[in-house]
Write a protein that binds this ligand. Structure first.
Ligand SMILES: Cc1cc2nc3c(=O)[nH]c(=O)nc-3n(C[C@H](O)[C@H](O)[C@H](O)COP(=O)(O)O)c2cc1C
Length: 187
């Protein structure tokens, strides 16, 4: 197996992180990989906010939970039953914000590709991750003190998704079972 295929095959969503910080050099490498992601017409509709201050990650976790309780009680209950941490004690996260171009379809695909690039670049460096759609609860809907400014989210950009980064506490999960029925080969 090539390193890339091995990296893809072993990535999984980590939901229990150690508090250990990430090496700065690895954060830089993941940031470069994010910038190298492809996008439609190379429009790069994104902004990446790398948060390595765990106290800010924890604060956003609290903000998100508060918002989730109001906007999505079912997701809130599921999160509480999984340990009550939206961000699973991650020491770092990448918040991806985007400006909408041609509707969500185009910039949404671009953000999705960048999200996967970040998760796979991290795995290639031995860093575990969890893509976290629920993280948008921490960024949106707050009437007071929205974290946009502190996260460096540019004017006109919207908080979309986050990738939690860190090292797994305990045994890694098995990667999800693949469904061969999702494949068709025409030759
Ligand atoms: C767009 C997107 C949003 C996700 N949001 C969350 C989330 O908010 N919380 C979470 O624990 N996992 C989240 N996940 C992780 C998925 O649950 C996970 O990728 C899926 O169950 C497959 O498992 P695996 O990543 O371990 O292969 C998200 C994944 C994607 C791609």
């Amino acid at each position: 197996m090539t390193d890339t295929i091995e990296t893809i095959a072993t990535r999984y969503s980590c939901r229990n992180f150690k508090s250990d910080p990430l090496p700065a050099v690895d954060v830089q490498a993941i940031a470069q990989a994010a910038l190298q992601s492809p996008s439609a017409r190379n429009r790069q509709p994104w902004h990446f906010s790398f948060v390595t201050d765990k106290s800010l990650v924890d604060e956003l976790d609290g903000l998100g939970l508060e918002m989730l309780k109001i906007t999505s009680p079912e997701s809130y209950e599921r999160t509480m039953s999984r340990g009550g941490r939206l961000f699973y004690n991650a020491p770092a996260m990448v918040v991806i914000s985007a400006r909408h171009i041609d509707g969500l379809m185009s910039s949404g695909l671009d953000v999705g590709i960048a999200t996967a690039t970040i998760a796979l670049a991290a795995k290639g460096l031995g860093i575990d991750s969890c893509i976290c759609g629920l993280a948008s609860a921490a960024g949106n809907g707050h009437e007071t003190e929205p974290p946009y400014e502190r996260l460096g989210i540019p004017e006109g950009y919207e908080y979309v998704v986050a990738v939690l980064l860190g090292y797994a506490a305990g045994e890694p999960n098995a990667p999800h079972a693949v469904d061969e029925g999702k494949l068709t080969f025409i030759s």
